[in-house]
Design a protein around this ligand. Sequence first.
Ligand SMILES: C[S@@+](CC[C@H](N)C(=O)[O-])C[C@H]1O[C@@H](n2cnc3c(N)ncnc32)[C@H](O)[C@@H]1O
Length: 161
Amino acid sequence: MERRDVRGHYEELAAEYDEHWVYGPHYIPWMSGQITKALRLAPTDRIADVGSGTGLFAREVANQVQPHHSILCVDPSAAMLSQLGTPPPTGLTPIVASAEDIAERRTRLPYDQLDAMWLKESVHHVADPEHTLRGLADRLAPGGRLLVVMLPELTPDSWSP
Ligand SMILES: C[S@@+](CC[C@H](N)C(=O)[O-])C[C@H]1O[C@@H](n2cnc3c(N)ncnc32)[C@H](O)[C@@H]1O
């Protein structure tokens, strides 16, 4: 998909995006727990979800981790970010920007450095992933963690408690 088509695709999908998560009620808490564990998230961390979409997972990670700093929900689609709500929930800060904007420092962030960031099912939209992931990693503080998440190859039963 061309970049402008990607933007249009998500602008159209935004309002009903969350309804597509039909795996069952356990999937979002389970996946958010996996992200929290893999990134070893702590309440003091400064965290970004790059390509956050509607913030489905950032919201649940915030519930689980109770971070002291608002989680940055970064996405180039304002329509997807608008699904966070107006105003956005306490603990989530929407930022309209692409992964490339963050990597190339075209977008100013509220934190000088980040302790953890993840890209969940958004890295395939990035034109030059190697270069952009390097740039994103450069925005991390010493000891910072970066996680790329794809869809799990599991059956819905795998994430039922
Ligand atoms: C499949 S959705 C995933 C959303 C969310 N991470 C989730 O798992 O529910 C892909 C998201 O990547 C965003 N996206 C598209 N191009 C991007 C880019 N260059 N950098 C960061 N995010 C991008 C889209 O706007 C969309 O919200």
